[in-house]
Write a protein that binds this ligand. Structure first.
Ligand code: BTN
Length: 255
């Protein structure tokens, strides 16, 4: 098993009782030159942000953190980073006895309801990704009843599903070491992205199901058929047309 001491992520971890959004703090620090591996956490967020401009409920008891990744890569690979993060979170949860499933592109579900979301924001120079801020929100040690009724429909917490709390520092350490390991393997060419993709597919809740994907103003609906080597989702629409949905497209609509 990987060890945190060999890990380049989490070399510096900034904690605060409260922040508007850890992604915003991490982005500000990145702009002023903060190093690769910086992790910004908060006990709760007052302006937590989800994908597609949504509000992210961030009460005390959860895990709200953002990781600064300075590993230059081509824009075409940007989608890989988020898929990698979801696999890292899946592995970390599994190692703590929590059997999650991955919903495309990078949500984690427990008993069919969302327990974790990932919001990746990238700074690009037109051709390559200069840095990425990977924000992870884990509904850990609070109860589902704390969510507003509409959120409770589709979201849950580890405490509510497992009837126990998780040790958050341990889970954070596991996520960081797994993500670090995945980056290293990818860079070293161990199995290439295909290996990560296969692992992602093995835990996927999405494949074979009817889904809707919002891309900007457009909503594409159909059956999720496959994810290719770039993390591109093949969606078969009702008329039989297969749409290629790039995780990058969804990702970049967040910026
Ligand atoms: C989603 O919509 O599924 C993504 C949710 C991401 C939430 C996390 S919590 C830490 C970081 N800070 C934020 O404001 N959002 C992300």
């Amino acid at each position: 098993a990987p060890h945190l001491r060999d890990c380049t992520l989490g070399s510096q971890i900034l904690w605060a009782p409260e922040r508007p959004s850890t992604n915003d703090t991490a982005t500000e620090l990145a702009k002023s030159g903060a190093p690769h591996g910086l992790v910004v956490t908060a006990a709760r967020q007052t302006g937590g942000r989800g994908r597609q401009g949504r509000v992210w409920q961030s009460p005390a008891g959860g895990m709200w953190f953002s990781i600064l990744v300075r590993r230059p890569c081509a824009i075409s690979q940007a989608g890989d980073l988020t898929l990698l993060a979801s696999v890292a979170v899946w592995r970390a949860l599994a190692s703590m006895g929590i059997p999650a499933e991955i919903k495309w592109p990078n949500d984690l579900l427990l008993n069919g309801r969302k327990i974790c979301g990932i919001l990746a924001q990238m700074r690009t120079d037109g051709e390559s990704v200069e840095y990425a801020v990977i924000g992870i929100g884990m509904n850990a040690n609070f109860t589902r009843e704390q969510f507003p009724p509409d959120v409770r429909e589709y979201a849950t917490t580890i405490l509510s599903e497992m009837n126990r709390e998780v040790h958050r520092p341990t889970l954070l350490g596991c996520i960081l070491t797994e993500l670090d390991q995945l980056y290293r393997d990818l860079k070293a060419g161990v199995g290439g992205f295909a290996a990560v993709r296969d692992e992602w597919k093995a835990h996927a809740h999405t494949l074979g199901r009817n889904i809707r994907v919002r891309i900007g103003e457009q909503i594409v609906e159909g059956v999720a058929q496959d994810v290719d080597a770039r993390g591109v989702l093949a969606l078969r629409g009702e008329d039989g047309t297969v749409h290629a949905i790039h995780s990058g497209e969804v990702l970049f609509s967040e910026m």
